[in-house]
Write a protein that binds this ligand. Structure first.
Ligand SMILES: [Fe+2]
Length: 194
C-alpha cells in the first residue's frame, strides 16, 4: 500500500549527482579511491565535519553554508562508493589479495567499507570541531584543498575515462567549496573587526 504524501518526510533524489558507469574492474584503483570515502581528506569526514561545526556558526549564513556543503559531500560519498563498488564488482579473493586487499576480503568481502588507501578504518578524529568559528572555517578551507590534491593524485594513477570523469567532477566541486568557505571566512573576519 502506498504511503500518503504527508507520511513521506524524506526527499531523496534517486540518482547520483554525477553518473558512474565503470566498465572495467580495477582492484588497484578501488584500493586507492576508497580513501576519498573513509580517509582523512575523504567525503565522509567532510560531511560529518561540516554537519557538526554548523551549530557554532554565529549567523544563519554560516549555518546554511555548512549544512548545504555537508549534504553535497554526502552526495559525493555516494559517488565514491558507487565507483569502489563497480571497480570491485566480480573481483575474486585472489585478485583482492594480489592488490593487498586480502584483509578487506576477510572482513568485508567486496563491499564498500570506509577506510583509507592503507586500510586504516575511518575515525571521528579526522574531523576537527573546535567551537571557534574562524578556526573551524580555516580548517574547512584546508580540508577542501587537501581533498582537491588527493583527487589530483588519484587522477595521476589512471587513464580510464570512466574513472577520470567522476574524479574530475569531484575535484572541481572541492574548488567551489573552498571558494565558498573563503567567502564565509572573510565575512566573519570583517564581522569580528567591526
Ligand atoms: Fe568539498
Amino acid at each position: 500500500m502506498a504511503l500518503g504524501k504527508e507520511l513521506i518526510m524524506w526527499k531523496y533524489e534517486k540518482k547520483l549527482q554525477f553518473p558512474v558507469d565503470i566498465k572495467n574492474k580495477n582492484v588497484k584503483m578501488a584500493k586507492y579511491i576508497i580513501t576519498q570515502n573513509g580517509g582523512a581528506n575523504g567525503e565522509l569526514g567532510a560531511t560529518l565535519r561540516y554537519l557538526n561545526q554548523r551549530y557554532t556558526m554565529p549567523d544563519d549564513y554560516g549555518k546554511a553554508e555548512l549544512t548545504d556543503i555537508a549534504t553535497e559531500e554526502m552526495a559525493h560519498m555516494e559517488i565514491i562508493s558507487a565507483m569502489v563498488y563497480q571497480l570491485l564488482d566480480g573481483a575474486t579473493p585472489e585478485e583482492l589479495e594480489k592488490e593487498g586487499l586480502g584483509s578487506q576480503y576477510v572482513e568485508h568481502k567486496n563491499s564498500v567499507f570506509p577506510q583509507n588507501a592503507s586500510g586504516q578504518s575511518f575515525t571521528a578524529n579526522y574531523f576537527a570541531v573546535t567551537g571557534d568559528y574562524l578556526a573551524d572555517i580555516a580548517e574547512d578551507m584546508a580540508a577542501e584543498q587537501k581533498a582537491r590534491a588527493t583527487y589530483e593524485s588519484l587522477m595521476d594513477l589512471t587513464d580510464d575515462e570512466d574513472i577520470l570523469s567522476p574524479l574530475s567532477f569531484l575535484r572541481q566541486r572541492e574548488i567551489i567549496h573552498y571558494e565558498r568557505f573563503k567567502k564565509l571566512y572573510e565575512h566573519y573576519e570583517k564581522m569580528k573587526t567591526k
